[in-house]
Design a protein around this ligand. Structure first.
Ligand SMILES: Nc1nc2c(ncn2[C@@H]2O[C@H](COP(=O)(O)OP(=O)(O)OP(=O)(O)O)[C@@H](O)[C@H]2O)c(=O)[nH]1
Ligand SMILES: [Mg+2]
Ligand SMILES: [Zn+2]
Length: 221
């Protein structure tokens, strides 16, 4: 019985996500779903990314998913962009209905990229399609070099994997070869960017990846 209910929930979520994806296609907006553990650097990455995109005249908005508080939303509102906060009150992932609701507060005719900062969690955000074009998985080096193998679904679903906090590699026992070998097993084609967002390292490659994704969106009809 429980399995049946879960299947129904996932199927309903998927239907709504596909509707949102069609809408985004029509509006030629790229939507990126950022997923990671708490504290691996999603908001820091957005703080660094937004000014770089604004300098290239991209119109950006953020949908911010948090269990509690508007702290991340406040950090991002400082950049003068639309930020829609979804406080899940305990729920550990975002679903497509919440994204649909957030869209009501955005002007979709005036946007090029929507970033969704999902709730900090390596497990169920990967299971719930929210209509995004790409899931981007962040892993920060202090979390450990075994996380790809331990949480495979996210890394399997990801279009891009960012290894963040590489500035700390000199101080912690993180073996890059273990991380790379596991990823090769789980998602051999996936793009990887090594980054230290706080130190502005790896951002250029990330911006190039985003620009390519936006132009791909404009090429498809
Ligand atoms: N050393 C180092 N610290 C970083 C880097 N990027 C982010 N941090 C720090 O990591 C901490 C957490 O970063 P956040 O960006 O808040 O992480 P988050 O993924 O948004 O966290 P939640 O929203 O709680 O899931 C902050 O203290 C950042 O300054 C990095 O590249 N190197
Ligand atoms: Mg955050
Ligand atoms: Zn969840």
């Amino acid at each position: 019985m429980q399995i049946k209910i879960m299947q129904n929930i996932l199927a309903a979520n998927e239907r709504k996500a596909n509707e949102l994806r069609s809408l985004l296609k029509e509006k030629k907006i790229l939507m990126v779903n950022l997923i990671s553990s708490p504290g691996s650097g999603k908001t820091t990455l957005l703080e660094k990314t937004i000014p770089l995109l604004q300098a290239k005249n991209y119109r950006v908005a953020v949908i911010e998913g948090d269990v509690e508080t508007d702290r991340d939303a406040q950090r991002l509102m400082a950049y003068g962009i639309p930020v829609i906060l979804i406080t899940t009150s305990g729920a550990c992932h975002l679903e497509s209905v919440s994204i649909e609701k957030a869209f009501e507060s955005l002007n979709l005719d005036e946007l090029d990229i929507i970033f969704v900062e999902n709730v900090g969690n390596l497990v169920c955000p990967a299971e719930f399609d929210i209509g995004e074009d790409a899931k981007v998985a962040l892993l920060s080096t202090p979390e450990g070099d075994d996380k790809v193998a331990k949480y495979p679904l996210l890394f399997q679903e990801a279009s891009l994997v960012i290894l963040n906090k590489v500035d700390l590699l000199a101080f912690i026992p993180f073996k890059e070869s273990y991380f790379e070998e596991d990823l090769k097993q789980i998602n051999p084609q996936v793009a990887v960017i090594k980054m230290a967002a706080q130190q502005d390292m790896g951002l250029e490659e990330w911006i190039d990846w985003l620009r390519e994704m936006v132009s791909r969106k404009h090429r498809t009809d």
